[in-house]
Design a protein around this ligand. Structure first.
Ligand code: ADP
Ligand code: MG
Length: 368
């Protein structure tokens, strides 16, 4: 059992405030990913949880106990870093055993715990090797093994896959997800990579400038981004943002005109918006399709990427707004041409001038 609660955590380095009123409740056995751009405070928050850094104010609570004053080793937490920090002169066995040697764990328990970790991580036939004889992925697994043998209540990972090449990162993502299932442990994982966040997390915390922008399941964030920032960060290729002017509102929703002239009636709450307000309409590339009757958004195509199953179509609408459409692989389109796209208003997101989403009238079906 290991729940983790962060209560009003703030952190300043001198006069620079880097974390603001962080409140999060992480459930037992949950895999939570902190994601956000470089410098947003992810590592600092993780280090505060681990006890490697002290919060300026606020509390870290594990299983209902405030551990804010506890030494890192007394928190029942272990952390895996981006740099593997292995001892080059020690074997894989001794690298994994290292924390147990420090704790003076005796044989045969020590060997049993190391061998079990090696088995989980598929390193059994590498135990006598030195780190220099291993691939990058295997080295990262040794570093994870060193965490596993300590039987921590909570695993913390700080960008553990960033040093690996793209193909290996993909493999390790699957392995870490599998590891989470096998160990049944609470895990907090930091990354700047939204694909890692989407694929591994039970729930994602999106951080920006030291604030929590949103905390939710991957599909909640995808379907219901609360801010323009989350909308742009989650989903690949990024959501298109088309500037628009509010024309009015009524019971059916908000009426806008996209720059370039297309009128749309969107099922969002119009309260708070008045005619003339400038907003942005968010449209995901995968939510548009070719119009059969030439009514819709006119897209001037500049670059076409035929991926096989999909045709990624890049260009501009209204001359100035960049737009990407993910169309069928065989779609009859060409670079330099103009096409007309249609979109279901229920798939549009509307962001007010402050970057916050305007509330929907009716939620679309959520895929869990
Ligand atoms: N020890 C430190 N002293 C001063 N500033 C720091 C220190 N550690 C981190 N920072 C600052 O705090 C902010 C958040 O850093 P960090 O948590 O490392 O971000 P991330 O991991 O999201 O890239 C950055 O602006 C960084 O420069
Ligand atoms: Mg970091």
């Amino acid at each position: 059992m290991a729940t983790l609660d962060l209560q009003m955590v703030n952190k300043s380095f001198g006069s620079a405030k880097v974390l603001h009123d962080i409140n999060l409740s992480i459930r037992d056995r949950e895999f939570v990913v902190f994601v956000g751009p470089s410098g947003c405070g992810k590592s600092t928050l993780l280090r505060i949880i681990a006890g490697l850094e002290e919060a300026t104010s606020g509390a870290i609570v594990i299983d209902g106990q405030d551990v804010s004053g506890l030494h890192p080793v007394d928190r029942g937490i272990s952390m895996v870093f981006q740099s593997y920090a292995l001892y080059p002169h020690l074997t894989v066995f001794e690298n994994i055993a290292f924390p147990l040697r420090v704790q003076k764990v005796a044989e045969p328990e020590l060997s049993q715990r190391v061998e079990r970790a090696a088995e989980i991580l598929k390193l059994t036939d590498r135990l006598t090797h030195k780190p220099g004889q291993l691939s990058g992925g295997q080295r990262q697994r040794v570093a994870i093994g060193r965490s596993i043998v300590r039987n921590p209540k909570i695993f913390l990972f700080d960008e553990p896959l960033s040093n690996l090449d793209a193909a290996l990162r993909g493999d390790m993502r699957v392995e870490l997800a599998q590891l989470h299932k096998e160990l049944n442990a609470t895990m907090v994982y930091v990354t700047h990579d939204q694909i890692e966040a989407m694929t591994m997390a039970d729930r994602i915390v999106v951080l920006k400038d030291g604030f929590v922008e949103q905390f939710g399941t991957p599909m909640e964030l995808y379907h219901h981004p609360q801010t323009k920032f989350v909308a742009g960060f989650i989903g690949q290729p990024n959501m298109n943002l088309v500037p628009a002017t509010v024309k009015g509102g009524d019971d059916t929703g908000l009426h806008v005109e996209l720059d370039g002239g297309t009128a749309l009636s969107l099922p969002v709450d119009h309260a708070g918006a008045k005619a003339g307000d400038r907003v942005e309409v968010g449209i995901r590339p995968e939510n548009v399709r070719l119009s059969e009757n030439d009514i819709g958004l006119a897209l001037q195509v500049s670059v076409l990427e035929r991926l096989g199953g999909q045709s990624m179509t890049y260009g501009h609408i209204a001359d100035t707004t960049r737009f990407c459409a993910a169309l069928d692989g065989d779609a009859a389109i060409a670079e330099g041409g103009q096409i007309t796209l249609e979109v279901d208003p229920a798939d549009c997101h509307v962001f007010a001038g402050d970057g916050k989403v305007m509330r929907r009238k009716k939620a679309p079906n959520l895929v869990k």
